[in-house]
Ligand binder design. Structure first.
Ligand SMILES: Nc1ncnc2c1ncn2[C@@H]1O[C@H](COP(=O)(O)OP(=O)(O)OP(=O)(O)O)[C@@H](O)[C@H]1O
Ligand SMILES: [Mg+2]
Length: 544
């Protein structure tokens, strides 16, 4: 009975100790609880004041706290043991009922790691979340300070999605971050650098092959589209050299010349830029017609000369070696993945970087369109694609039509069965362009992204994110803490291979997944396998 007396001598604020009030009839030998209640000054209910036994007393019974009963003989636990936790599928874990608990986190998508708060598994990738209706379009923007694991996160998504048959398309790997992974997946890795690998902008690529296979009106339509794509690509190259857009009649002359060139060619072969230049110089009737020179040779020369000069500048200038010859390797949507490694192009060689990136996008998106057209014609299975654009700040900084091209791509991906992810350090990268129009376009990427994933970022950058997708104060505090060093003590560790290297920065592999206003973000710790780290170790030079 004493154990039940309400003497809170353990000092622990056990909120659930008060058991309630019980009426007890006094009995000389056992009524110690009633006595204690009296000592505590509790007033009893006055049912029968004249009773020999006195009125019934209100007593408080005790229940054990979280650690058991306090006080002498209570046996309260000094430390609570933490029971081991296991994660398992419902099929495996059902036998452990009732000791199982579900997770409120979405289970669709590539498994990334554990929730930093609930310790449950977090699965996420833009394609699966879009399919499950969690986000409005299959795209994500990944932000974070350098070296905190952004590319590793996207590599995990690439790997997980590849396992479901989704083909990664890295159309311009600037570091490279994905070449080894795509190679390991059995995909196509193409290398383009100054003097290594050529891209023929007039090559209809996979679209030309698909147009021949489909045939009929649908095939003709696709062939026309391939030709328009080639004309746009040539026009972009000229624009990169001239630094001003082409006049409308010049674009028309390019398209007319290309039409003539492709009409005469045996199927499966592609004309090249020198062929195009020759046609424009010759000035056949069809090109005269769109230039409105009315058969006047001199007038035609005046109109065609600037275009001819620019095409010469492309062919004989720094871009010529890469764009004058036939394509060395075409992008194929049949491969389990595609990575165009352009890391061999020097960082200061901005014009070549822009030109190659635009050509890769043109060819790569053409391959995706071709795959879709073949699937619609019943000639190939339906396929999904995951487009990765890492180091977004570089094409944005270059400008030169890249932001505008990216803008149109991001609007169309959903219709093409493609999801995409953009990676950059901060939203400030999207505002650093000289051209106001480019700035607005780049900001549009962030606003249209289905989700924003942030690794560690300073508060000032998080406020910019918050302006697009409101973050709570706690979310800002959490993400800001991931980019703050723990102490000044130098720390080097041994990795799984026994090599000495700098210890991981505090926020390595930590991400906040944010999908919409008013919906709490999910903080996740990405857990990489050793195989993944071996495939993508960008700190190799700091080992030893
Ligand atoms: N979750 C993780 N666990 C262990 N190592 C990781 C993890 N994430 C990334 N790394 C390692 O950290 C290094 C940096 O990662 P990564 O290149 O993905 O960072 P990043 O944010 O893309 O950097 P940058 O901004 O420079 O492109 C790599 O060597 C990678 O293997
Ligand atoms: Mg990276």
């Amino acid at each position: 009975m004493t154990a039940l007396a309400d003497r809170d001598i353990d000092g622990e604020p056990d909120t659930d100790e008060l058991a309630g009030v019980a009426g007890v009839t006094g009995d000389s030998g056992v009524d110690s609880a009633a006595r204690v209640a009296k000592t505590a000054g509790e007033t009893a209910g006055a049912a029968d004041p004249d009773s020999v036994l006195g009125p019934p007393r209100r007593v408080r019974l005790r229940r054990p706290g979280r650690r058991g009963f306090g006080g002498p003989g209570g046996g309260r636990w000094g430390q609570l043991p933490v029971p081991p936790e296991f994660r398992a599928t419902t099929v495996q874990a059902c036998g452990l009922w009732p000791f199982t608990a579900g997770s409120a986190r979405p289970v669709e998508g590539v498994p990334l790691g554990t929730d930093l708060v609930t310790r449950t598994t977090v699965c996420c990738d833009p394609l699966s979340w879009f399919s499950a209706g969690h986000i409005a379009n299959p795209s994500a923007l990944v932000l974070g300070r350098p070296g905190l694991g952004k590319s590793s996160l996207v590599s995990r998504m690439v790997l997980g999605l590849a396992d479901r048959g989704v083909r990664p398309f890295v159309l311009g790997d600037l570091k490279p971050d994905y070449a080894d992974l795509v190679q390991a997946l059995g995909g196509q890795v193409l290398r383009v650098a100054r003097g290594a690998g050529t891209i023929n902008p007039l090559d209809p690529g996979a679209m030309g092959d698909a147009a021949r296979r489909i045939g009929g009106a649908a095939g003709d339509g696709l062939a026309r589209e391939a030709r328009d794509r080639a004309a746009t690509m040539v026009s972009t190259l000229v624009q990169l050299v001239r630094r001003t857009p082409l006049a409308d009649y010049e674009d028309a002359m390019l398209t007319a010349a290309l039409r003539l060139l492709t009409a005469d060619r045996p199927s499966g072969t592609a004309a090249t830029l020198p062929d195009l230049l020759r046609v424009i110089a010759d000035g056949p009737e069809e090109v005269h017609a769109v230039a409105l020179s009315r058969g006047d040779r001199d007038r035609y020369q005046d109109l065609a000369e600037p275009l001819q000069r620019s095409l010469h500048a492309v062919l004989d200038g720094p871009l010529g070696a890469t764009f004058a010859g036939p394509t060395t390797a075409r992008i194929s949507a049949d491969a389990p993945g595609v990575c165009v490694d352009i890391s061999g192009i020097a960082e200061h060689d901005e014009r070549l970087t822009a030109a190659v990136m635009l050509a890769c996008w043109s060819d790569g998106f053409g391959a995706i369109e071709a795959a879709n057209a073949l699937a619609e014609a019943g000639l190939a299975p339906h396929r999904r694609f995951f487009i990765v654009l890492d180091e977004l700040w570089r094409p944005l900084r270059i400008g030169a039509g890249l932001p505008a091209r990216m803008d149109s791509l991001t609007r169309l991906n959903r219709n093409d069965g493609a999801g995409q992810v953009f990676l950059t350090h901060s939203l400030r990268d999207l505002e650093s362009m000289a051209n106001r129009e480019d700035q607005l376009k780049a900001r549009g990427f962030a606003e249209r992204a289905g989700m924003i994933i942030t690794a560690g970022l300073p508060r000032t950058d998080l406020k910019l994110v918050s302006a697009i997708l409101p973050l709570s104060t706690r979310e800002i505090d959490l993400v800001a803490s991931w980019s703050t060093p723990r102490s000044w003590t130098p720390r080097r560790v041994r990795d799984a291979r026994g090599r000495e290297r700098p210890a991981a920065p505090p926020g390595l592999g930590k991400f906040l997944l944010k999908v919409g206003e008013g919906k709490a973000g999910i903080p996740v710790q990405l857990q990489l396998t050793q195989t993944e780290i071996d495939l993508h170790d960008t700190n190799q030079r700091w080992i030893g």
